[in-house]
Design a binder for this molecule. Sequence first.
Ligand code: SAH
Length: 285
Amino acid sequence: MSTPMAHDPYSATLFEGLPEFLPGWVWLVGGGPGDRGLLTLHAINALRQADAIVYDALVDESILKLARPNVQIEYAGKRGGRPSPKQKDINLRLIELAREGKRVLRLKGGDPFIFGRGGEEALQLVAADIPFRVVPGITAGIGGLTYAGIPATHRDINQSVTFLTGHDQTGALPSALDWDALAKGSQVIVMYMAMKHLRSITEKLLAAGRRADESVAIICNATKPDQQVLVSDLQTIADDLEKSNLKPPAIFVIGEVVRLRHGLDWLGVVEGRKALVSDPLGVAE
Ligand code: SAH
């Protein structure tokens, strides 16, 4: 295939042995949380072969520049107040493009199977008898924490992590969540889509016995050049958020691992913002 990289021996080796994108197939690919350096080789291999790309709101547009020339690009997200296409229409579009014999890349933010409806889309492909492949991506709830200098697990603090969504299909706080069980059983909670209902989320956790002074953070535009991190405690974060100008997309993380940021904000150091402390948990003799 003639791609701009075809004569570069290094990229020839880079893609050697990776799958060929066959016409009529859909590849459901995770594009990671934003920073294009967090794409997988499989994702780039998909971008360089795809005939059509259907991408979501959270996919950074710089990633689309890696596609081959003349690729057909379609946007399937919400933008500028216009309503987003219905999930059913996106599914039908993927099927239609595949039936036209295109190599269809369905590019999603983060990981397609984490709060990304990737499973729903793939099941529709199964029903329509369209062959597909799924490529995982770095999910915002892990990569975003790392870019904020917050390890999702730290041996001295937690042995488990819980991923939650702050929205259900209707946009309301999911009614199936057992807040008592979460407050008691989840050492570290990483929450997607938490901004809208942040105050009720914190109230529910506090009412269920979670400590008011527990460390929490909101990470906005994680891994992107405009990443912003707000650190607070469970009691005050809703007020702090109101006073801030922070907007979604954001990850909300609850747990003492957040304190490690004082020692591990490597990005702050790279960008010349601040010095690190070597004992962020305050446990040294
Ligand atoms: N499949 C995606 C999640 C899609 S749901 C993934 O695996 O990351 C959309 C939510 O993901 C957003 O509301 C936000 O909570 C989170 N999110 C995605 N990208 C983000 C980013 N760059 N920074 C902060 N949060 C992000």
